[in-house]
Ligand binder design. Sequence first.
Ligand SMILES: Nc1ncnc2c1ncn2[C@@H]1O[C@H](COP(=O)(O)OP(=O)(O)OP(=O)(O)O)[C@@H](O)[C@H]1O
Length: 372
Amino acid sequence: MALRLHNMIKIKRERVTLSQQNAVEARNAVKAFGQGDNAVRALNDVSIEIRKGEFFTLLGPSGCGKTTLLRLIAGFEMPTSGTILLEGADITYLPPNQRPVNTVFQSYALFPHLTVAQNIGFGLQMQGRPKAEVKATVDRMLALVKLEAMASRKTSQLSGGQQQRVALARALAPSPKVLLLDEPLSALDLKLRREMQGELKRLQTETGITFIFVTHDQEEALTMSDRIGVMSAGKLQQVGTPREIYTRPHNRFVASFIGETNFLPATSDGSTLTLPGGYQIEAPAGTKAGQVTVTVRPEQVKLSPTPEAGTLPATVRGVVYMGTDMNYQLHLADGTEIEACVVSDVTGEAALAAGQTVGVRFTPGAAQVLED
Ligand SMILES: Nc1ncnc2c1ncn2[C@@H]1O[C@H](COP(=O)(O)OP(=O)(O)OP(=O)(O)O)[C@@H](O)[C@H]1O
């Protein structure tokens, strides 16, 4: 009995310590809007752990619940059920202004009649911090976002990129534990967006503050994040590093939402996968026996000019020159269509022509078996 109690206390302590290592946790978060038949489940039992000091991205299509999850963390919404924790403490019902969390919105929400410096210092002033401290922090923030020369300009006289920097500096000024960023770059043109992606990453690294970034742009998520949480229809589909998400997608949604991919039917005996045309590859560890769906990225599909033994015969249906790459559309004997992406050579000429029968192989280890 005493041993059981001791173990229970130990487990509880370990759980609390683990929770404290996380900046933010959602446990079984459900958020429903509306009643009865009109109810929308924006979040459907979402549990997630976001570590201290990481650049974490919530990625998913429009309406999947990203903003709703962010609003629960900010305190702008309460969950229908479930818990939100910040460094292990339950903040589910804590008002937004009592959370050490700040948000940067897509619209920036700057005060146009105030100067850059006044905008950045606004939150600190409202907190009643001493004047000298406000000035020192504003100066530090101006240097951080490289806007020292603009300190006394009105924000209405700034470009979109500069306004974005002011919004970031203002949100970072009170040193929040967590910064929430709701599609902050979507109003910027492509060139500026790329520049600000680098800037955001730099700010996160330099400040060490946990960033939770919302986007529906997969490239943005892959290039900026330490880890990504992929969402669809109010559910978290997969959490992992950009590399894990791209190379080891768990299901069809994740595989197709992030990058281009091919799906092929296969039969598994637990150790070997047999694909259309009898092409056999090693099954990844843990693959169950039976009918499965395999996914393989186009750049992991290798082509030889003739269907040699041990390859999958296919007919080239079309060739598209993409600049850096050549894209081949291929037709398999069972009717499956797949794509291969081959780096262009110096001439930019296609090595294989439409109508040709070729041999297909996959880079060993590249094919993934999906859960659904
Ligand atoms: N206040 C609300 N009242 C009713 N339904 C809402 C409300 N807020 C969100 N929803 C619904 O909840 C679902 C999730 O919305 P949410 O804004 O979280 O998605 P999102 O992934 O952030 O989408 P987007 O990228 O378009 O902003 C959607 O179906 C949306 O219509």
